[in-house]
Design a protein around this ligand. Structure first.
Ligand code: TNX
Length: 517
């Protein structure tokens, strides 16, 4: 064949093979080379895990395929199996993997089991993007080399304001896994309700679990410790670490309803808002709660809150012992009290060899850099981020704009929050890049997180409407380097994913066919 004919032939082949344009994989991989030829995935497809450590992955893949297509794709012990999973290569960036597809075989390889899991997610997305199964599917030959931009790719769910329960949380974890998100920050305590069972203090959930933001009389809803273990195991099987938050000293209203002996300070509008830093027994009480929490959550990282604290006026301070504490400890003002409190509570976690996370208010509380993670949320206070970075704190970025998912996705939306008329549309999430925020070294940035506060999220429908498709954009911003992001390609991908949301029965927001709610 002469050169010209050859080029035309390859070009045509290429066209045929670009049936999947763009590749359905979100977040988009670091390197993709599409080749000629296709792999046919059908009922005869078999799966081989080369290493014992990958048995769990072989099974996860087969279970996922069963759910999608209704067939048991057999496992095999033959190196010529259609899909081979293997551990190989030197450890590099955590979560890295390679996915190679040629007409006769698919190989997913990585130095870690987590990497193989990520490769499986990419393969599953490619298969889903290839359409209806009928008698089989064709996916293009290609070679992917992929690794994440950030190690912390998180999502926070507030279940105090409204409670969603195990089934919804598991569904969320499934979507997070599909998008290679790997940290679930669980905000379980706040003003309306306390949702985490603590055996030593049962009233925390029996009384503190009553109510929601919209209905203070709703019967108690909470997670038993067995429920928590179930969710943690479900998350762990998907390489998602669960980080509990016990918010203190503020946002403590529900706990204080259950155990009024530890309330004190507060403010005019929120009298029972804070745990009482002026009483010595408050510290032992909270340390006991943290003991049980640390035993439950293997992540060994507890978020202690520290946001929006206010210890009220002088009279309340005198009544609750805060004035006496100030004198005793030489604390100049309420801010100093806040820091004193936080240091003591953090010390109780360090005493168990644990680590703490705190909101950015605590950046100058003097917590040790080695064992503390700062969560920067106040987009209008860049100085808090700069301080965190200057001091070398491991920092998670979750600025309200654009990473709060209780903010609406479209200007026409009536429910949900806005900030001076601003909101968080799909592409603003997708474009998130720390480089635009600060000139400081961002070496200690762990990654990104979106937060779903649920004052305005009364039910699963609103949950879906705020989370999808922005969860996909969050994953892209946390995984794919800014230079490799491409709006047009991403939006085309989202169109494919929207079909999956429909099949799953989600009440997602469709940016291509906007509705007003
Ligand atoms: C601020 S973010 C809060 C939450 C609210 C949220 C509403 C943070 C650390 N505190 O308690 O739910 O704003 O957007």
């Amino acid at each position: 064949m002469n050169k010209v004919l050859c080029t035309i032939f390859l070009g045509l082949l290429g066209l045929g093979l670009r049936a999947q344009t763009p590749l359905a994989i979100i977040p988009y991989p670091k390197q993709v080379a599409v080749q000629t030829g296709t792999f046919t995935f059908d009922q005869k497809t078999t799966i081989y895990a080369l290493n014992d450590e990958l048995q769990s992955q072989q099974q996860y893949l087969r279970q996922s395929l069963f759910q999608l297509y209704g067939f048991n794709f057999y496992q095999s012990k033959d190196k010529k199996a259609s899909i081979v999973l293997k551990l190989s290569g030197k450890p590099g960036v955590k979560g890295a993997y390679q996915l190679t597809i040629n007409p006769s075989q698919i190989v997913i390889e990585a130095p870690t089991v987590n990497g193989v899991f990520n490769g499986i997610q990419s393969l599953l997305q490619l298969l889903r993007g290839a359409g209806e199964f009928k008698n089989g599917l064709k996916i293009p030959s290609l070679s992917i080399k992929d690794e994440p931009l950030y190690q912390w790719r998180g999502f926070m769910l507030d279940e105090s304001r409204h409670f969603f329960g195990k089934k919804k949380v598991k569904a969320l974890l499934d979507w997070m896994a599909l998008y290679k998100l790997n940290r679930f920050h669980w905000h379980l305590t706040d003003e309306p309700a306390w949702r985490l069972a603590i055996k030593k203090y049962p009233m925390l959930t029996l009384i503190g679990g009553i109510g929601t933001y919209t209905d203070p009389n709703e019967p108690a809803q909470y997670y038993s410790q067995a429920d928590i273990e179930e969710i943690i195991a479900y998350a762990a099987a998907r390489f998602i670490e669960v980080i509990p938050e016990i918010d203190m000293p503020g946002h403590a209203t529900a706990a204080n309803r259950a155990y009024p002996a530890f309330t004190g300070g507060g403010s005019k509008d929120h009298p029972e808002f804070t745990f009482n830093p002026g009483k010595e027994k408050t510290y032992a009480y909270l340390a006991n709660i943290l003991q049980e929490t640390q035993l439950l959550f293997p992540s060994n990282l507890i978020h202690l809150g520290g946001d929006e604290v206010s210890f009220g006026n002088e009279k309340w301070n005198a009544d609750s012992g805060i004035t006496a504490l100030k004198q005793q400890q030489g604390l100049a003002n309420n801010l100093a009290v806040e820091r004193y409190f936080m240091k003591r509570m953090a010390d109780s976690v360090f005493a168990m060899n644990g680590k703490v996370a705190v909101w950015d208010e605590m950046v100058d509380a003097g917590l040790p850099v080695d064992n503390t993670v700062i969560f920067w949320w106040r987009h209008d206070k860049p100085v808090q981020l700069e301080q965190a970075l200057d001091k070398g704190y491991a920092t998670v970025l979750c600025p309200r704009l654009p990473l709060y998912f209780d903010f609406v996705q479209d200007k026409s939306h009536q429910h949900g929050r806005k900030w001076d008329g601003k909101f968080n549309d799909l592409l603003s999430v997708y474009h998130f890049d720390v480089a635009g925020l600060t000139s400081k070294s961002t070496a200690s940035v762990l990654g990104l997180q979106a937060n779903l506060w649920t004052e305005t999220v009364q039910n699963e429908q609103r949950f879906d409407y705020l989370v999808f498709p922005r969860l996909a954009a969050l994953a892209a911003a946390a995984w794919t380097a800014p230079a490799s992001r491409n709006d047009e390609q991403f939006l085309d991908q989202v169109k494919i994913h929207i079909d999956w949301y429909k099949k799953a029965g989600l009440n997602f927001y469709n940016p291509f066919n906007p509705t007003q709610t």
